[in-house]
Design a protein around this ligand. Structure first.
Ligand code: GBH
Length: 499
């Protein structure tokens, strides 16, 4: 009687070791317009905040570079789509440059050459059976709209909806997967509170919160527009992509546990709670803490704007999927009072989150390799928001050398994907995985110094040749076989040393 049980357990255990991706699980790769397109002033494109920042204040970019040419993807549609075919991806996630469609930032004039460019890309993808997944806003705001305040100005709700309307009507017959915004936390905090992204403003504790009101309403009004005018005929899906690191407490103390939870609520819940929770609105802890600290600081009202009941209702449920960008994990403890800058978003959440001890760091100083972090985060999303469909819209690893034998990146993908499989076993509804990035590109303030690509790009060559790294073949093998084989070595590459 004992043996069969042992065998059963063994069989179960072995199955656990060999989890595989369902045949309908989808794989893709991602880029963003400013990071790859180049052609910054070609065919009538208007100026974006990234054109403006890199041209007028290049010292913000570590290597003084810009995206004027970048990967020159604007001129390489056919060959790049062939590379996507070679990879075997199901979809390609790319973004549309708002100033390429509306050079003035407004709907008064639509740039036909911009429409033509994206039509060409979409049609080429579809001709090769690759699904286009389109991000409407991946950080390249028309400079004209920045000059009237950018995202902290609530008028941008209407301007964004004007833009989204033209995208739906121009491309929605063929594009069925839309992401309104990439990473609202970065769009708002980094751009308007801490200055880490264009336009690099530093109104900490104020600018980012004003931006979040505008961005959330622009998202919700766009979702409403699709429901009212397009969903019946176009039958697509509209969602949003949030960035989320995992954060866990440094100790079992109540303070550290609370700090880690606050970190998640202020970084993920900030945009997830209004859209994906059953109650809606910003997380209660955010509303309470910011109101309290604002009062202590002498502000006449909370620095966090509030929604009307009608706005709360419009936001609730306004996404057909939870788009998730995940890279890293932090260890959190309570922020010592004396270290808190007031006002600031960090003081508001009260958490000090740092590199988990003993972890490997990628080519970006914030990228700590903690593979189980993605599993923990996916389970947190599952319980917090009633198990929404999660599409992982970015996950990836940077280095600085661009080595074609990129074993550290391969190891990262293998281990993170294994944890995605385990999260699915846990019951998380993850349907989609996207590697960041298709190719090395302009890494914002880090210029070309940090490389995330499956393809190496030679930025010193006018022709911007692309060469597949070992990770491109490993990713292709995972897509084909649906399993993670840590011993797989593609032809022509050296075996990666064991960990
Ligand atoms: C994504 O952002 C972007 O969508 C993509 O465009 C970008 O190329 C890619 O990832 C790689 O960076 O305060 O120093 O701890 C990633 C967003 C950026 C969020 C770094 C966490 C930590 C900054 N992440 N950030 S730090």
């Amino acid at each position: 009687m004992k043996t069969p049980i042992v065998i059963l357990l063994l069989a179960y255990f072995c199955k656990g070791q060999q989890l595989s991706f369902d045949s309908n699980f989808r794989f893709g790769v991602a880029t963003a317009s400013y990071q790859v397109e180049g052609a910054w002033n070609i065919d009538g494109k208007g100026e974006s905040i990234w054109d403006h920042l890199t041209h007028t204040q290049s010292s913000y970019i570590v290597d003084g570079s810009n995206g004027d040419i970048a990967c020159d993807a604007y001129h390489k549609t056919a060959e790049d789509v062939q590379r996507l075919v070679d990879l075997g991806v199901d979809f390609y996630r790319f973004s549309i440059s708002w100033p390429r469609i509306f050079p003035s930032g407004h709907r008064n004039y639509i740039n036909q050459a911009g429409i033509d460019y994206y039509n060409g890309l979409i049609d080429e993808l579809l001709a090769h059976n690759i699904t286009p997944m389109v991000t409407m806003y991946h950080w390249d705001l028309p400079q004209s709209l920045q000059e009237i305040g950018g995202w902290p100005n609530p008028l941008l709700v209407n301007y964004f909806v004007d833009y989204a309307d033209v995208l739906f009507s121009s491309f929605g017959d063929r594009v069925k997967e839309w992401i309104t915004f990439n990473e609202p936390v970065q769009v708002c905090s980094d751009a308007y509170s801490t200055g880490g992204l264009a336009p690099a403003y530093t109104q900490d504790g104020i600018g980012g919160y004003l931006c979040s009101y505008t961005l959330l309403m622009a998202h919700a009004r766009t979702y409403e527009l699709y429901n009212n005018n397009y969903r019946d005929t176009q039958n697509g899906r509209v969602g949003i992509t949030l960035s989320a690191s995992w954060g866990y407490p440094a100790s079992n103390s109540d303070e550290d546990v609370e700090a880690a939870e606050n970190f998640l609520q202020f970084k993920v819940g900030w945009f997830a709670h209004p859209i994906f929770s059953s109650t809606g609105d910003f997380p209660t802890v955010m509303k309470e803490r910011i109101a309290q600290l604002s009062q202590e600081e002498g502000f006449p009202r909370s620095r966090l704007p509030s929604f009307t009941d009608e706005e709360v209702a419009l936001l609730k449920g306004s996404s057909d999927f939870f788009g998730l960008n995940h890279y890293t994990t932090n260890e959190c403890s309570v922020l010592p009072e004396e270290d808190a800058i007031r006002p600031s978003q960090q003081a508001d959440h009260g958490a000090l989150c740092v590199q988990p001890p003993g972890t490997e760091v990628g080519g970006s100083d914030w990228l700590y390799v903690v593979p189980e972090g993605i599993r923990n985060l996916l389970n947190w999303i599952r319980t917090e928001y009633d198990n929404p469909e999660v599409m992982i819209t970015e996950n990836g690893f940077s280095d600085r050398d661009g080595d074609l034998n990129d074993c550290r990146r391969i190891n990262y993908f293998n281990e993170y994907l294994q944890n995605v499989l385990e999260a699915i076993e846990d019951g998380c509804n993850v349907t989609t995985y996207t590697a960041w990035s298709f190719m090395d590109n302009f890494e914002w303030m880090k210029g070309y110094s940090e490389k995330f690509g499956l393809y190496y790009v030679d930025f010193n060559d006018d022709d911007r040749p692309r060469t597949p790294k070992m990770s491109a073949y490993v990713f292709k093998n995972i897509i084909q076989t649906r399993v993670i084989d840590t011993t797989y070595t593609p032809d022509g590459f050296e075996v990666c040393a064991a960990e």
